[in-house]
Design a protein around this ligand. Structure first.
Ligand code: UD1
Length: 419
């Protein structure tokens, strides 16, 4: 078991390069199932979640080559076989359920184990299944297994009760090869959905409106192999923005699509952080006085739930009262207990956290209760007095590549040790 140790108090300076978005790369890898040609995905961060999805495709008899030189993935799914419902890899990661859409499109059949809950909420899949049924699939659930089959998928109009990212992506992938037109209404507008659609369009799919609440897909007969570079990771970039803010530092972040980060940037500006934008980099000046703020997480373009824990670390040390309301996941306040161990003053009432800023946090032993909560612990550790020891860091490795190296290069006192 490994842990990350942060000694607080160092100012940060210099620049950091942002990797490609985990939440783009995962569905894009899965979407290669739709086409038997070779696909090259450039600049793929070799995160733990990416390893899991690559191992899953390997298990399904696909060829995957990982180039260590430019981190490109070459994937050939020509000889893919139907998924084994009992695969441990599918059970291991919720995003694996995204293979159902492309598998249904390619084989007219897919059987998978139901994804379990996770630390941040129950995370059902009813909307994914509603979409497959609307496209003409028979869907049966029993003994923890979902089985979907269709002689052929036929386009339909699908309204999502909630703009779920995963459901939008799964239905999008199922419908690109379906007969006729599919319309997804109240679709997720997240940049990663747009990126997946852009990838599919480059392969020859006919998709209009991705990145808005209404996506129109005209089914095509086949797709072709391509080379593709996914977008930058807005959540990784956002985490470094908060690192500058929390340490009263100025840093340059390379690999930022400022539009994707607007919901976070606007809130940080309200706090008193200054941004200078230039092409695809941004300078974040967190040296000024900071004000408390109120935040409500929402589907994009609202404030991202994946930035909520990191923002809580920052608000913990801003003088005054801040409020965070979490509307996307029902149980995403696990980090509050960990921040409390470090001296923060936060009260929870249902989905709302009331934060009273304290002057300083104190380092101690904490846990990464989930991926973004782990990032929040690193951020809190950067300004805490003394040593913060973060356990369960496998969560952090799911979504941040070379995390301690990136922070160390900025001047943080941070190391990873084996227990
Ligand atoms: C994706 C992201 C995750 C992010 C989340 C919300 C990936 C790999 N992960 O997760 O980092 O935190 O979007 O931005 O891209 N829901 C239903 N029924 C469904 C599906 C979802 O009720 O069929 C609910 C969930 O329980 C949750 C909400 O919708 O409360 C949002 O979930 P969703 O947008 O689907 O998140 P994921 O795709 O799992």
């Amino acid at each position: 078991m490994e842990k990350i140790i942060v000694k607080g108090g160092n100012k940060l300076s210099g620049e950091v390069n942002i990797s490609s978005a985990k939440n783009s790369v995962l569905p894009i890898i899965v979407a290669t199932i739709l086409c038997p040609d070779k696909v090259i995905i450039q600049n793929s961060p070799m995160l733990e979640d990416v390893n899991v999805i690559c191992n899953l495709l390997n298990e399904l008899n696909c060829d995957i080559n990982i180039s260590k030189i430019n981190n490109s993935l070459t994937i050939n799914t020509e000889n893919i076989i139907p998924a084994d419902a009992n695969s441990e890899l599918i059970k291991k990661m919720r995003a694996s359920f995204l293979i159902m859409g492309p598998m249904l499109a390619r084989f007219g059949y897919c059987k998978l184990s139901l994804p379990g809950g996770c630390n941040i909420g129950s995370r059902p899949i009813d909307l994914h299944l509603k979409g497959f049924k609307a496209l003409g699939a028979d869907v049966n659930i029993g003994h923890g297994i979902v089985e979907a089959s269709a002689k052929k998928l036929i386009g339909n109009r699908i309204y999502l009760d909630f703009p779920s990212v995963g459901a939008t992506e799964n239905i999008l992938m199922a419908s690109v090869l379906a007969e006729g037109t599919t319309i997804i209404e109240n679709a997720a507008e997240e940049p990663e959905v747009w990126d997946l659609a852009n990838f599919l369009i480059s392969m020859g799919a006919d998709i209009d409106g991705a990145g808005t609440g209404k996506i129109v897909i005209n089914g095509v007969k086949t797709l072709k192999g391509i080379t593709y570079k996914p977008i930058f990771d807005r959540i990784e970039a956002g985490t470094f923005m908060i690192a500058a803010a929390i340490t009263n530092s100025i840093i340059k972040i390379n690999g930022v699509n400022e539009e994707h980060l607007r919901p976070l940037i606007e809130k940080l500006k309200e706090c008193g952080i200054i941004f200078t934008e230039k092409d695809d980099c941004i300078i974040v000046d967190g040296r000024g006085d900071k004000k408390p703020i109120d935040i409500k997480t929402m589907p994009y373009p609202g404030f991202p739930t994946d930035m909520q824990p990191q923002m809580m670390s920052l608000l913990s040390i801003i003088n005054g009262s801040s409020i965070i309301t979490e509307t996307v996941f029902e149980n995403r306040f696990m980090h509050v207990a960990e921040l409390a161990r470090m001296g923060s003053k936060i009260k929870i009432d249902g989905r709302t956290a009331f934060i009273e800023g304290v002057q300083n946090l104190t380092g101690c032993e904490v846990k990464a209760t989930d991926l973004r909560a782990g990032a929040a612990m690193i951020l809190a550790g950067l300004i805490a007095e003394g040593k913060t020891e973060i356990n369960d860091i496998y969560h952090i490795d799911r979504g941040y590549i070379n995390v301690e190296e990136k922070f160390k290069n900025l001047g943080a006192d941070i190391i990873r040790i084996s227990k």
